[in-house]
Design a protein around this ligand. Structure first.
Ligand code: SAM
Ligand code: MD0
Ligand code: SF4
Length: 386
């Protein structure tokens, strides 16, 4: 097998890797070469972020969904899925509990729930407004595909992030996974989000029939999309779904992908999700070059995870006091809140809202938002600071 040292040297000098080089990183078997990939990823993380790690709280606020993704427990009609829609009061309580616990951001996630998405996402906007008022945290929203106007309104409310994962850039695989969903429309939502001034998180689902060449194609596609955060998550089979009996992949490819992302996108945020292998899997993900711990969930609110719907939640294993010793054992530390804010501000200067953002989107969006805000005696929250 070809040596990967020259590829790593090239990346360390800041040169972009071509698709074949990325595919060779992603195809590296366990052994010395893979160990140097991980070591390079850690060195590049240190160069960009020092020892600092960020923490993201996660609220799966509604598990209702109109879609039928083959891999997902929460697909419409799956009677094995825990189905709930939390009230605004509970969502605010959870957000406050996460802020008290010490996370840097709250990720508000839901299935594509028509309750929140109808009428241009009016109820979702109201919820985001309330959360922005209630907690001094950065906000990410993961609601599925949204229209450009709704994304513009979300940016105006002072939300920082839009997360929406393509899962794969192999279009025929996408069509098999995300049944009856449009590849271009999902991708387009992220372009619109960027144009509106939101930071974007992109992501891949691994172990669903994807190859190293698919991974390399994804890296190249992501380079043009310019996401500020990139993730990879290993598929975990879900009861009641068409992929329930699919063999559960181990997490090696996720670790390799995290490291490859770090090598290709050294200054991006890369999550180590607690939602795949729990806190047990945290050390390996940080050692592969991740710098954000995601899917921190407080116990006692009856909340679900995504790929591991219950793992560690009610046991309190997804909390700051549990993950901090793991982080510190590796010579890393939890960043101060000001450290995350500083990174965000720098990042926003790098990816400003596009001046070419179409006026017709803005007009409808602004009118609806102003009506809503006026009802609440509220002005533009975009530059509001805590
Ligand atoms: N409904 C929104 C959407 O699909 O964009 C937001 C939900 S988001 C948390 C769902 C993400 O979790 C998917 O994009 C996928 O990457 C991941 N996911 C879902 N089911 C999974 C599974 N069985 N194993 C691993 N990851 C999964
Ligand atoms: C996580 N369970 O961080 C969450 C989720 C959605 N933006 C994130 C996949 O692992
Ligand atoms: Fe719905 Fe998202 Fe699950 Fe697909 S991945 S079924 S859109 S919750």
């Amino acid at each position: 097998m070809k040596t990967i040292e020259p590829i790593l040297e090239k990346a360390c000098c800041g040169q972009s890797l071509d698709e074949v080089e990325v595919a060779s990183l992603l195809a590296t078997p366990p052994g010395k070469q893979l160990d140097s990939i991980f070591a390079t990823a850690r060195a590049l993380r240190e160069r960009a972020f020092g020892e600092e790690v960020f923490l993201y709280g996660f609220i799966y606020l509604s598990t209702y969904c109109r879609n039928h993704c083959c891999f997902c427990l929460y697909r419409e009609g799956n009677s094995a899925s825990p189905r709930y829609r939390k009230s605004i009061k509970v969502i605010l309580d959870v957000a406050r509990a996460l802020a008290d616990d010490g996370v840097h951001l709250v990720d508000l996630t839901m299935g594509e729930d028509p309750y929140y998405l109808k009428k241009g996402g009016e109820r979702l906007l109201e919820l985001l407004y309330e959360v922005r008022q209630a907690v001094p945290l950065s906000v990410m929203v993961s609601p599925g595909v949204l229209e450009a106007g709704t994304l513009a309104e979300i940016a105006r409310l002072g939300v920082d992030w839009y997360a929406c994962y393509q899962e794969t850039f192999n279009q025929s695989l996408f069509t098999r996974l995300r049944i009856e969903q449009d590849f271009g429309r999902r991708l387009g939502a992220k372009v619109h989000a960027r144009q509106a001034g939101l930071l974007v998180e992109e992501g891949l689902l691994l172990g669903v029939g994807d190859s190293p060449a698919d991974g390399a194609l994804a890296v190249k596609a992501m380079e043009s999309l310019c996401p500020s955060q990139v993730r990879a998550m290993t598929f975990r089979p879900q009861r009641g779904t068409p992929m329930a009996d699919w063999p559960a992949p181990d997490s090696l490819n996720e670790l390799r992908t995290i490291a490859t992302f770090r090598i290709c996108f050294p200054d991006r945020l890369i999550p180590a999700s607690l939602d795949v292998d729990g806190v047990e899997g945290l050390e390996a993900r940080l050692n592969a070059g991740a710098n954000v711990v995601t899917s921190m969930i407080p116990p006692r609110y009856g909340l679900a995870g995504v790929s591991r719907s219950q793992l560690g939640i009610e046991d309190g294993l997804r909390t700051v006091s549990i993950v901090t010793p793991v982080i510190e054992r590796l010579g890393l530390r939890v960043a101060p809140v000001s450290g995350y804010q500083h990174w965000l501000e720098k990042e926003k200067r790098l990816v400003p809202a596009s001046e070419t953002y179409p006026e017709y989107h803005r007009t409808g969006a602004q009118a609806r938002l102003s009506r809503m805000l006026k009802r609440r005696g509220y002005r533009d929250a975009r530059h509001q600071k805590y």
